[in-house]
Design a protein around this ligand. Sequence first.
Ligand code: 2AM
Length: 191
Amino acid sequence: MASYYHKGVINIRLFIAINFPDGVLDKISGIIEKARENSTSGRFVDRQNLHLTLEFLGKVEPGRLFAIKKIMDGIEQPLFKMRLAGIGRFKRPEGDIYWIGVVDNPALFDLQRRLHEALEAEGFPLEQKKYTPHITIGRKVRLKEGFSICSELDGMAVHVKKVDLMRSELTEKRAMYTVLYSKPLEERRKE
Ligand code: 2AM
């Protein structure tokens, strides 16, 4: 089911994310394809679903959308560059979760922290776990013996020019994400 009823209101599942330009998606998709060919099982992320989550909001009443957009509009972070890092793995008995990391970046952490604080101040209940920036590429993955996923994008630069409010609709087979709102980051002002 895409959404659920609570007191007669259809809530929508939301998260705020950084989406990537085609060049970056192509590179990550290449890595995913190799992993898929060299795995015995796994649910790999579709190219159009690759993203970096800044904040997961969960189910939200549509009437709260305006408050979220206002918070996003209040972001003062200028556009910035981040670099992708190596492959990470969360070990799981049912098959591992693989992800691409991001090189530590004060602008990214600042952006995430400010968003988190502003959303909490507006009363959105958020997860409290430490922010670990990661781009999930596959879940429940079992790789063929001897194969390890290698990231050819270690150090690849990504220019972050906007932040997107995403709707997530889950079906049994796959997740469908839609951009509901984009907040462009501003050019850094010249001194
Ligand atoms: P993940 O890739 O580590 O699963 C949409 O589901 C996005 O929100 C994903 O990037 C997902 O991270 C992230 N997310 C964070 N907390 C979540 C939660 N409790 N449930 C589902 N997704 C969550």
